[in-house]
Every structure is written in structure tokens, then in C-alpha cells.
Design a protein around this ligand. Sequence first.
Ligand SMILES: NC(=O)c1ccc[n+]([C@@H]2O[C@H](COP(=O)([O-])OP(=O)(O)OC[C@H]3O[C@@H](n4cnc5c(N)ncnc54)[C@H](OP(=O)(O)O)[C@@H]3O)[C@@H](O)[C@H]2O)c1
Length: 321
Amino acid sequence: MDRIIRVVGEMESEKGKSRILIIGVTGRVGLEVAKASLAASHPTFGLVRESAFSEPNKSLKLQTLSNAGVTLLKGSLEDEEALISAIKQVDVVICAVAWNQVLSQKLLISAIKTAACIKRFIPSEFGLDPDRSRISDLDNHFYERKAEIRRLIEAQGIPHTYICCNFFMSYLLPSLVQPGLKSPPRNRVMIYADGNTKGVFVKESDVAAFTISTVDDPRSLNKVLYLRPPGNAYSMNELVHIWERKIGKILEKIYISGEELLKKIEETPYPEKMEMVFIYGTFVKGDQMYFDIESGGGVEGTQLYPALKYTTIEQFLDTLV
Ligand SMILES: NC(=O)c1ccc[n+]([C@@H]2O[C@H](COP(=O)([O-])OP(=O)(O)OC[C@H]3O[C@@H](n4cnc5c(N)ncnc54)[C@H](OP(=O)(O)O)[C@@H]3O)[C@@H](O)[C@H]2O)c1
């Protein structure tokens, strides 16, 4: 993989490509963003906490990235000096810290403002649009925190792009949206409400390639970009139908009403309840798909870069049969 990335990087000119700093390169989506940045020949930097170098699993990832051409800089979201020094070396900052670290981006935003050299900032979102969520009192401020970071970025006048890719494929889809399961059911399946509301699942490496495609694109400047590839948006009824076809078996369906799901959420402590909260938001309330993107001022990203191909839900489910 390293060699392929390197060769591709060497063949293409790096001229005109923004230098990209990624925070969170040891993480699920940050690692993919770093690989996509290299594959697109961007000079790529990773800001890495000291502790990651001594964890075997993470240090292996870091070694691989470093061999492939990523410049690793030591620092953290709490270290203002390291942040400013790293930011001054690049044009674009992409933050991919975990959901519970979202508010820690405040110092980063202030450092970006101080450094005054950043052409684009992509904050850690990578989900559904926090300004469109309609479950605000259920989610322990999950979306409120992401929206708060948006408002700060806008108030500081920092050029930005918000990536709303909806669900990652590795989240919920491996169980066919069955909380607590690790693989799709083969006997009984839960379907939420009437099962007709659609959700979107996009593979992390595809989200990463898309994210990198936006950084130098004027069409994505100060915009919310949404991903809804046609082969990646299905209702629970459709998902179950596809799965039944693949395994050649009809499953017993258990319909869970919105009220029943809400009751289960109320009975389940935080953070264990969050899977059900996301299922409720998407497959009961329809929060990923209820609005028209263009009339809401957003950009439908799927059509922007025709060269990008999205792994479909069908293809992903084939790997689970
Ligand atoms: N749409 C979906 O289905 C979905 C699913 C999951 C996540 N997400 C979203 O994707 C984003 C990234 O989540 P993830 O699951 O990819 O995260 P993750 O795997 O937990 O990785 C987090 C990364 O952030 C780094 N980090 C944490 N605290 C830091 C700090 N104080 N300073 C510097 N680096 C720090 C970690 O570094 P260390 O190695 O030092 O710990 C790690 O590299 C979040 O906004 C999350 O809400 C979306």
C-alpha cells in the first residue's frame, strides 16, 4: 500500500496542491483521510500525540504513514504552540478527532485564526448535518457540540467546508442496523417504524477521498457538502430485502415503533444508548434525507467528482454473506 501511494505521489506533480495537516491520523477516518491525501499527491502532515508513538497498534500505523510520505509532527489539541507551528506549515487543516473531543477544537480554531494562513478548515463532523438533526434532547448534546464548533468557525471568518457523509459503512451496517449484533441477523430482524425511511452508508475510504477532493475546490468553499450516492441510500425494508436475497432466506420481522424505540432509549444509559439514538434519528425521524440539499444552501457532493466511485451497500453486504 505504501509503495503504491508513494509511486502515485511521485508520478504526479505536487505543484498547486495544498499542503494538508490532518489531526487524528491514528483514528478510523483520519487514517483514511491521510491515505487519500497522499494518493492525491498533497504534501501531507499529521499532528500526533506523543502517547500514540508508544502504543504498538498506533505506532505501526504511524510508521506506515511516515514511510508513505506523511510528515509526522508531535502535538495535541491542547498544545497551542505546537498547533500554531504545525498550522504555519500548511494551507489546509482537517480535524478527525473523535465525537467526544469535538469541543477540544476550540483552541485549534483560535490557533488557525492566529496563524492566519489557512485556506480551508474541515472540522471533525463526518456524520449527519448537526444543524438538521431533530433529536436534540435525546443525544446528550452530540449534535449541539458539532453545531457550536460551526458557529465558532463562522464567527471567526475561517474558510471552511463541512462534510456530511451520513453513516460510515463500518457503523451499524455490519449488523444490518441491529443494536448489539456484530454480524447481520440470519433469523430475526428488527425494523423501525414502518421501515420505509432511508439512511445513507458510505465507506470511510470513499468519504476520505471525497473530503480530499473538496479542499482546493471553490465550489465547496464555506459550504455544507452532503453525500447521498444512489447505491448507498436505503430504507430498513430495502436493506432487509437485499440481505434476504443474498442469503436466500426470509427473516422473521419484528417491527419496533418509534415510541417503543424511544422507550428503550430512555431506559438505556449514555453512552450505550447512542446506537439507538442514531437509529431513531435516521430510520424513524428521517434526519439524513428529509431536506432538499440545494434549496437549503448545501451542495450535493456525489456528482461533483465523477472520477470518485462509491462502494455500494450491495457490494458491502456481499462481503458479509
Ligand atoms: N458517520 C459515522 O457513522 C461516524 C462513525 C464514527 C465516527 N464519526 C465521526 O468521525 C469523526 C472522527 O471519529 P473517529 O471514530 O474516526 O475517531 P477515532 O477513531 O476515535 O480517532 C480519533 C483520533 O483523534 C486523535 N485525538 C484524540 N484526542 C486528541 C487530542 N486531544 N489531540 C490530538 N489528537 C487527538 C486520536 O489520537 P490518539 O491516537 O492520540 O488517541 C485519534 O487519532 C468524529 O467527528 C465522529 O463523530 C462518524
